[in-house]
Design a protein around this ligand. Sequence first.
Ligand code: HEC
Length: 160
Amino acid sequence: MDGKDFISRMGALLSLLGGALFTAFLLGAVTLYFYSFPGQLSQVDHGNTPSEGTTASTKENVEVAQIEGGIHQPTGFIVDQGYKVVIANCTGCHSSQLVIQNRASREGWKNMITWMQATQNLWDLGDQEEQILNYLAKHYAPVDQGRRKPLANIEWYELK
Ligand code: HEC
């Protein structure tokens, strides 16, 4: 194999590699697109307005435009069932960040709400409290909740 031959072979190899990289990138982009988009679409369905067909209101369009990667950009809340109720009730007195940076079990969240009601004039949340607690306990649960339980019932054996 002489020099030129080698160079043209390397050239072919490189363009092959380039093609492969480009394909991988495209696949990744498409996957990402479809990964993030259904969240936005299903978000529209969570609304209390029937959103079938082309009757989506301007308000809904604005709301969808504010969502990126499953996060409601103006507040930082994770978009899921109940997040609108949380925004409506929990961002009037303090920033959403105060809520988001906290982690608690359902009981812990319930306690915080009770504390705010007792000392900070938080209103009675009525039957929305259930939705709020479901949402907070699901998305802002204690970080180490996923730790495994301590080992139990181990059959120890003697080292010989
Ligand atoms: C009527 C006003 C008001 C509303 C509405 C309100 N809060 Fe608060 N909340 C407060 C005040 C005041 C504090 C104390 C702020 C501070 O310490 O700077 C607070 C503190 C907090 C804290 C921090 C508690 C801590 O231990 O540091 C969390 C978390 C919180 N609120 C969550 C919520 C959630 C969730 C909702 C919706 C259910 C909500 N808040 C609605 C007034 C309110």
